[in-house]
Write a protein that binds this ligand. Structure first.
Ligand SMILES: CC(C)(COP(=O)(O)OP(=O)(O)OC[C@H]1O[C@@H](n2cnc3c(N)ncnc32)[C@H](O)[C@@H]1OP(=O)(O)O)[C@@H](O)C(=O)NCCC(=O)NCCS
Length: 145
């Protein structure tokens, strides 16, 4: 995980202990190509069953971006909690991340919308409280009986 953190622009580099602690507290999914780690995704579930799944971080090493790795990670995370809506935050300037999340919404038949900054706790979204991040909510399609 540290190797990917060193290679990815949007990820802070954490100590081994910090990463172990994160893996204990969160759902962490690692993507590999031919045995080499190339990306990871961290998520937590909300406290109640009606709370969303919070995607706190998804990052792919630059050399294999735009080859479907990020989508594969998000798809696996989305299937892990198939009944929860999905929330995440992106930097206002990160159009690629928005397009990426929009694609996830489409792939699960959901809709993505911007929600007020105070809708979710920054710690659930994995961000610090600031004006640069915009929270999003992907609403799953209604289940039919
Ligand atoms: C965002 C990120 C995780 C996407 O991972 P990826 O493996 O490159 O994404 P995919 O190849 O699965 O692309 C899926 C979709 O995302 C969108 N997308 C990905 N990169 C994009 C870019 N540079 N510009 C515009 N759209 C982009 C496209 O809609 C793409 O679908 P398409 O190929 O059908 O057009 C990766 O670019 C990354 O690690 N960026 C730095 C970290 C970051 O910004 N993380 C997100 C916020 S936490």
């Amino acid at each position: 995980m540290r190797w990917i953190q060193m290679s990815c622009e949007s990820s802070n580099i954490h100590s081994v202990e910090g990463n172990v602690s994160r893996i204990r507290r969160q759902f962490v999914l690692l993507a590999e190509i031919a045995g080499h780690p190339v990306g990871f995704c961290c998520a937590i579930t909300g406290r109640t069953s009606s709370d969303p799944l919070f995607i706190q971080l998804v990052t792919v090493v630059p050399s294999v971006q735009k080859q479907g790795v990020g989508s594969a990670l998000l798809s696996a995370i989305a299937h892990w909690q198939p009944h929860r809506d999905i929330a995440m935050a992106t930097m206002d300037t990160n159009l690629a991340a928005y397009k990426f999340n929009e694609r996830l919404a489409r792939s699960i038949g959901g809709t993505i919308q911007s929600v007020p900054r105070n809708r979710f706790r920054p710690t659930d979204l994995g961000i610090t409280r600031d004006e640069k991040h915009r929270p999003w909510l992907i609403t799953r399609p209604q289940e039919t009986n």
